[in-house]
Design a binder for this molecule. Sequence first.
Ligand code: GDP
Length: 195
Amino acid sequence: MIIKTVELETVCGITSKLPENTKPEFAFAGKSNVGKSSLINALMNRKSFARTSSQPGKTQTINFYNINDALYYVDLPGYGYAKVSQEVKAKWGKMIENYLHKSPMLRCVFLLIDIRHEPSENDKTMYDWIVYNGYQPVIIATKLDKIKRSQVQKSVKILRQGLGLGSDVMVIPFSAETKQGREEIWEMISETVNS
Ligand code: GDP
């Protein structure tokens, strides 16, 4: 995909009304520190446009990036950050649930899981929410460069088992360091936009 323009168009807080976008939306969900900003930056061909986690868990917003005036990347708040109160965690959950429930232009939800770790309870809950709201999640196994090539298949298998994925669910290993997996994600997005 050729990235011509990128604009952070809308930032929604807990009380904000969601934008009534007319272009397809692609959402990114994942645990805090999983590599979500790095992935979104890579998919925008930018080094540090999306927030990075110098202060993980601090930002409770949903960010809408307008890409080429053709589609949106939607950066959902990272969940599972240990050092926030139950109240704040509940707010995040509500924001994400509300977005999944009320977004007619949402076409695909990418769920990011660190390739080195077994999915957590939060990851499973997120996966269930996505499915419950009628979306087929695409799993992105992040930080691919952190494991040996010989371990990739095994790690993907553990991830699949941990989330109880059917064979129809796509898992795309990705590295923000090498950009491996980026073309595949772009292709998926382009196909969905054009279908
Ligand atoms: P976020 O909290 O999910 O947005 O995570 P970030 O994108 O800020 O990444 C968290 C940390 O993991 C940062 O130190 C990144 O540099 C690092 N990181 C993210 N993706 C990768 C990757 O693919 N490979 C490696 N080696 N490090 C990564």
